[in-house]
Ligand binder design. Structure first.
Ligand SMILES: Cc1cc2nc3c(=O)[nH]c(=O)nc-3n(C[C@H](O)[C@H](O)[C@H](O)COP(=O)(O)O)c2cc1C
Length: 383
């Protein structure tokens, strides 16, 4: 049986740190609590760093809870690989006050293969990446992966969040939603200003290799990144945010940010034009949805639900990755009230689902090398 020691837990924390999070904020703060008696389990307590939340863009903490769920799932996968079983002991609070208690048990044998999801490993965690470059439609791998994810979600939904489903959204609905949601992001200077805080343009700054969205990941050319690094000073951010909301588009800095961060839809049009035109075939677009009719017993259970959804989201992205497919995430579609309800209407009328999207992403095969996103160094396991 594997001994649950601080150095081993530090290794598992390092694997879990590859988890995805909105704007690469990495909000998790895990701490190891060794077993106090031979009969009690070792524990890991995961709290939130309030400085790593997005109070403006994510006011209900949904993306925060999803990211925490992704972390819990990543940790669980890495732990299972070394024969440690992880279960959630409790979830308390929500948003920046969220606290998750994980109970760890060393198993006498390696766990058997799951019949729902592939047995993911730390290699899968290291390999997965979001790709903001041009993706290519890949019909067969998508069909296989989508069917497998649908099956696994339907079965695991019983145990986690009932009504969780993965649904494909037609290209025309995706395109119109993306255009509208992008406009929504521009017209809210405070959302845009908050996003600017998480952009990393200056390669010499420590933060460039630790968190946020780097110029490399956003595929911004070096020369432009150097200009942007000077402009994206904290004191100028409200001004830049104001410029976008006032639609003063000719400013080159703002324009290039639009093209990369909030993504002008023309790039999507290029990479996703209908097959009948000269362009490449459109990408597949998916939403992870939750039941809109499920009554939450309170704020705590909603956080718990969203943590489970985050775990399912990570498994889905890992499954797609096993089929050599990457995702390009567009949370603005589920954040913008009009596009969220347009997608909900589609779910109701075409799928009979009373559901809300919690995550929205395009899926395809990478066509260029994907720069690796940065991560903070892992903290010591005791505090
Ligand atoms: C809940 C959630 C929401 C996200 N929303 C977006 C988004 O709207 N746009 C985007 O480009 N990436 C989005 N991402 C992806 C993150 O930016 C990405 O995970 C992070 O930069 C780390 O990169 P990696 O996943 O390639 O390791 C989201 C990720 C999560 C978990």
């Amino acid at each position: 049986m594997m001994a649950i020691t601080a150095p081993l837990i530090a290794e598992l924390f390092a694997h879990a740190a590859r988890s995805p999070s909105a704007h690469n904020t990495q909000p998790w703060m895990p701490r190891f609590a060794p077993a106090t008696t031979p009969a009690s389990p070792a524990e890991v307590h995961v709290a939130v760093d309030p400085a790593r939340t997005l109070p403006v863009g994510d006011p209900n903490s949904q993306d925060l809870h999803l990211a925490m769920g992704c972390w819990v799932e990543s940790f669980t996968i890495a732990a299972a690989e070394v024969g440690i079983d992880v279960v959630i002991g409790s979830v308390r609070g929500r948003g920046p006050a969220l606290e998750i208690r994980l109970l760890l048990t060393a198993l006498p044998d390696q766990p058997g293969a799951s019949d729902l999801w592939p047995n993911f490993t730390s290699a899968d965690l290291q390999h997965r990446q979001v790709d903001r470059g041009p993706l290519r439609r890949a019909e067969e791998p998508f069909a296989t992966a989508f069917a497998a994810a649908e099956r696994a979600l339907a079965a695991s939904g019983m145990a986690s969040v009932e009504g969780t489903a993965l649904v494909e959204v037609p290209h025309h609905l995706w395109e119109t939603s993306l255009t509208r949601a992008t406009r929504y992001s521009y017209s809210h200077a405070d959302i845009f200003t908050e996003t600017l805080e998480w952009l990393r343009f200056d390669r010499r700054a420590t933060s460039y290799s630790e968190d946020g969205l780097s110029a490399d990941c956003l595929q911004i050319p070096r020369s432009l990144a150097a200009v942007a690094a000077r402009l994206n000073a904290a004191r100028l951010r409200p001004w830049i945010g104001g410029l976008t909301s006032a639609a003063l588009a000719p400013v080159e800095f703002v324009d290039s940010l639009r093209a990369t961060v909030v993504r002008r839809t023309s790039r999507d049009r290029r990479s996703s034009a209908p097959a009948s035109t000269d362009g490449p075939a459109p990408l597949h677009h998916l939403v992870l949805v939750k039941d809109a009719t499920a009554h939450s017993a309170g704020a705590h259970s909603l956080a718990r639900q969203e943590i489970e959804l985050g775990r399912n989201l990570l498994r889905t992205w890992l499954l797609l990755d096993r089929h050599d497919l990457r995702v390009d995430v567009h949370s603005e579609i589920k954040d913008c009230p009009q596009t969220r309800s347009a997608v909900s209407d589609y779910l109701l009328h075409d799928h009979g689902l009373h559901a809300l999207p919690v995550a929205a992403f395009s899926v395809g095969r990478s066509t260029t090398a994907v720069p690796r996103s940065s991560r903070r160094p892992v903290e010591p396991t005791h505090s």
